[in-house]
Ligand binder design. Sequence first.
Ligand code: ADP
Length: 360
Amino acid sequence: MLFNSKAVAFLLAAIVGILTTAFLYLVPDVSTLALTVAGLLSFSATYFLVYVVFEFLVFREIGKIYEVLNKLRKKDFSFIEETEDQNTLNPFKRINTEIYKYGVNRHKEIEDLKKMEAFRREFLADVSHELKTPIFAAQGFVHTLLDGAVEDKRVRGKFLKRAAKSLDRLDVLIHDLLTLSQIETGEIKMHFEHFNIVESASEVLDELETKADKKKLKFSFDVEYDRPIFVYADSELIYRVLINLVSNAIKYTDEGSVNLGFDVGDGQVTVAIRDTGPGIPPEHLGRIFERFFRVDKSRSKERGGTGLGLAIVKHIMEAHDSKVSVTSTMGKGSSFSFRLPLGKTIQEEEEEVTDLELAE
Ligand code: ADP
């Protein structure tokens, strides 16, 4: 590099040396030796000073900035501690830290965008695939009927039923997709209220009783709950969560029991849905909440699953600042649970209103 500390120091030292000699030259009675010594001394002192200042304060720091830029270009973030000294007075160090932070943030943004793009592509492919299956099936039945099968009374009824079943599947799938997108875009507004979750759960058990009976499952609360448990949440969305978790438990359990229980403590209630189904392999436990992830694709589809139920549950619980957990033992069963904050009883609410009215 032409513009380095030695060249700058030499240039400035030469200028200062010449100026000093020229100035002394104007003073009368100064010997040539004195002029030479003064010129050389001022040259060396300036050279030394400028060189030290530039080399150690300016060029070294600029060199570090280049180093940081190079590392950023190579996506090497190993130098994070070196640039963490934010309280330094050295402006170069501060610039360096700023460049580093800027680079890291941009890098993170790009990585996030790439992930989102990959996710979007994958989701689009999954949705198309999921929609294609029932549409193709219904299309096949309808065309076979049009091609002549309609004349055969027995076949006609069977094919129409199958086409209707495929279209029903399509309807459920689109309904689930819409719910998911509405929760994500915030279109579904949350209506938090104090309600009795034991009552909601009883309604869920009533609604799904016939399905459980068909499979001869023991289907009930784990113990008798003769007192209400009030929670503060969106009752409709929590009903949806319960329906999804309990119907999954029934869907995947072939014998034994499905039960629902509550555990109250620490201002919260834990709701658990337990089954004696096949269990979920440990390597899949972390993935079952992803959209369209199924442990056994054919089994899920054959049982009417869209692969979106648990993704919906996860989103609803996140909207409640809570999360759904799962534990499972292969061959023994699974347990899905979530927590909600305890709410006020109707009496407490009424008392609060009266207190407010009295205060006014
Ligand atoms: P699906 O519509 O396929 O049931 P979900 O999102 O509700 O989709 O569940 C995802 C996958 O998790 C299911 O395909 C199934 O493999 C597994 N799963 C969910 N609940 C249970 C359960 N109670 N027992 C065993 N496996 C389950």
